[in-house]
Write a protein that binds this ligand. Sequence first.
Ligand SMILES: *Cc1c(COP(=O)(O)O)cnc(C)c1O
Length: 447
Amino acid sequence: MGTTSTTQLAIDGGAPVLQRSDYRNWPVFTDDDRRLVNEVLDSGIVAGGTAPQVAALEKEWAEYIGTQQALTTCSGTAALHMALAAVGVGPGDEVIVPAFTFLASASCALHQNAIPIFVDIDPRTYCMDPAKIEAAITERTKALIPVHIQGCPADLDPMLAIAKKYNLAVIEDACQAHGATYKGKKVGGLGDIGCFSLNNFKNLSGGEGGLFNTNSEFYLNKGILIRCFGDEVDEVSHRRVYNASILGYMYRNQELPAAHARAQLLHLDENNAVRIANANYLTQELAKIPGIIPPYCPEDCTHVYFMYNVRFDPKAAGVDCETRRFRIAIEKALYKEGVLVGQWQTMPVPQQDLFQSMLGYGGTRHPWAINEAKGVTYNYDTAQFPVAVGLCDSYTVVHGVHAPNGRELMDRILEAFHKVFANLDVVIAHADDEIYPGADGKLYGAG
Ligand SMILES: *Cc1c(COP(=O)(O)O)cnc(C)c1O
């Protein structure tokens, strides 16, 4: 290959900087996974709300987060729904949620016949902006759901103060932030209930599953009931009595996912340290390239980089191009260089069809109709969330910061960024090429 092949962009016919084989997949399996999964097979016990792996995971996870109790669930979505049910959110109640998150942070409210009210995000952390919460509170507001987005802790102190002032429950959606800390304390242990996901993509994998953390005996007991049909268990015989005392669901986890999660928990801190080292290195180097805005970590916080988010600013890059088009062009050029990049959420959650149509249960106007009948109006116009809209125009996710990837891969990724940013005219000329950036499922253990 001549010298031109290394400088000519791959999108323009040159050789790519890196290959898919330069990336190693997540999650990282060790002998601990094999040992604990074998324990399950040897035990002959595969399920049960108080089965040995499930019970051990609950104890170990409560200790890790620093809460008195934890429950395992079949998903993070289930944990969130359980949490809203446990704090008593019901029909017509309103629940405050950030505009930039995953759908489940908001659909858990709908599943309790409650109505999500979205609040715009902070322009640096991308978490819910505490300064915008009070304006969204009404006499119907029952709960706040701060989301520690992409591994970055939300600014909880002002949120906890607002919650206290208005008597709201705080349910932390920590599904993307296992091990992240806010002022020295683990997130997911600071609100009334903290919820985590154990899906294969997340910093702590169980394959699938979720966790529900609380210091409240009351919420714990409610959670136990809700997790298993609302069914009471006889205190003396410990047998289910098949008499549901409240409305519940079927949100139990099982032994194999719990065993896998316990093995992963043994390595969570070291795997988070790899993400942090990779992210900090990318941030230090990418900050030198005009037009790239690396992620921000607030002081007194630990960001655990579930996702490594970068934004692009065409003006700062010295290019006359609309932001969204610039981001798409950069994504395509990087992807052709072999960099696994691509957006996660492509729009703020309230922009999704479900909220724009407000058609819920059975394709009807429920649950919104509960309050509309009383003259309340709802509006998910995205003009209310300019920061989230701006983020969705300008950001992409750089995949591969997870262990066991390290400095070598980060250097190749940086080389590709430099190559692309040194040839922005060519990049923009290819903005309409039919290229579909993103990561394959295998990178995160998904089939
Ligand atoms: C993953 C995720 C969830 C849902 O977790 P599942 O285990 O996939 O149900 C909820 N909220 C956020 C922010 C998430 O990233």
